[in-house]
Design a protein around this ligand. Structure first.
Ligand code: HEM
Length: 348
């Protein structure tokens, strides 16, 4: 099937090439017209190069679907509201899903692809703890969008995920921001492509990972504020209890009581359903849950930003929206290498 598609593309290009050549040949005795052709040929080359370069992200814009699907944002907002009413953990799960999507192969909803051979991102060890409620939030929003005849099969899963992540933040009390749109969905998902930061990363490793995505240390600290929502399994922090001197002793005692079975989990901050700056205040008290959280306060190079966000929620909110927008530009696909998936779980 793919080969047949490739063949028809090739013959299409050849046809276009022939007619272009014929046109140029017709015009050869008129030097000015020939120059005109050369100019439009050059322009076409520029367009193709722009589409294929990493700068393709530059074409993302908030109004991308304004005429294609004018009610898109309202539809997603209402659908996410329903998902959050159905399950309290859906907002955190959806925000995390967006990060895990963008960090691997770019923001192309490749995290949602289900491959029949079992080799796909979501079944990799690092994605096993993603909660089903995040996936369900996006699938439900996609179904709601496709119920609108104007929008049907015209909005990418990648864009719906970006919008659903924003709604999860806003409807939990966090900052509002415009979401840039126009992403295409990826066609590839494999376990081996999944590379994500781990809880034992120090500041240098965290910075190296995020700089690979084009994000700064400040972006990384602001995005880590996403841990103002949700919970973590004890397996991710148990080894710190009683051994990590940067953990508050009262907090350690509390966690020892919580982690009595391997199935247990603890909230990432004291207000796990609300989006606020208590995550940073918590770090100041040695009550960060994950090693990668607490190190942001322990390391003097990032402590200043943690202190700033802890005392200034407005700045954290603003920096978070800037960083989410930058995260949303990572590895964006275009019509040249993506598609608008009909079912977010399967390539078309
Ligand atoms: C800095 C590196 C990061 C590391 C090492 C990390 C690691 C983790 C781990 C281990 C969990 C617990 C998973 C579980 O037990 O279910 C978690 C949860 C979570 N992470 Fe991160 N994360 C990082 C960055 C981020 C970013 C950038 C965001 C989004 C902006 C994010 C959003 C979340 C959310 C919302 C949860 C709670 C999920 C839930 O309750 O379903 N994380 N993270």
């Amino acid at each position: 099937h793919e080969l047949a598609g490739a063949a028809s593309h090739t013959s299409g290009r050849a046809r276009k090439g022939n007619s272009l050549r014929e046109a140029i040949e017709r015009e050869t005795d008129r030097p000015m017209a020939k120059l005109g052709w050369l100019a439009s040929l050059a322009a076409a080359v520029v367009v193709v190069v722009t589409l294929r370069s990493p700068l393709a992200a530059a074409q993302l814009r908030p109004g991308y679907y304004a005429s294609i699907c004018p009610n898109l944002e309202t539809i997603v907002r209402n659908s996410v509201r329903q998902s959050m009413a159905q399950s309290q953990i859906s907002a955190g799960a959806t925000l995390r899903l967006f990060f895990h999507d963008c960090a691997v192969r770019g923001c192309d909803a490749s995290i949602m692809i289900v491959n029949s051979n079992g080799d796909d991102e979501w079944r990799s060890p690092d994605d096993q703890s993603l909660k089903p409620q995040g996936f369900q939030t996006v699938l439900d929003a996609k179904a709601a969008v496709d119920k609108d005849p104007q929008c049907r099969y015209k909005v990418s899963c990648a864009d719906i995920l970006a919008l659903a992540a924003r709604e999860s933040v806003v409807q939990s009390g966090g900052p509002n921001y415009q979401v840039e749109l126009g992403r295409y969905d990826g066609k590839v998902s494999t376990k081996s492509s999944v590379v994500l930061p781990h809880v034992d990363f120090n500041l240098d490793k965290l910075n190296a990972f995020f700089s690979g995505l084009g994000l700064s240390q400040t972006d990384m600290i602001a995005l880590s504020g996403g841990h103002t929502m949700g919970a973590a399994d004890c397996s991710f922090f148990q080894s710190r209890i009683g051994t990590d001197p940067t953990m508050d002793s009262g907090f350690a005692a509390q966690l020892r009581g919580t982690c009595t079975s391997s199935q247990s989990s603890a909230f990432l901050d004291p207000t796990p359903l609300g989006f606020d700056n208590s995550y940073y205040k918590n770090l100041q008290g040695g009550r960060g849950l994950l090693g990668s959280d607490q190190v942001l306060y322990t390391d003097p190079r990032s402590r200043g930003t943690v202190n700033y966000y802890a005392s200034n929620q407005g700045t954290f909110f603003y920096d978070f929206t800037v960083a989410m927008t930058k995260l949303g530009r990572v590895g964006v696909k275009t019509a040249a290498d993506g598609e608008i998936r009909r079912d977010c779980r399967y390539t078309n």
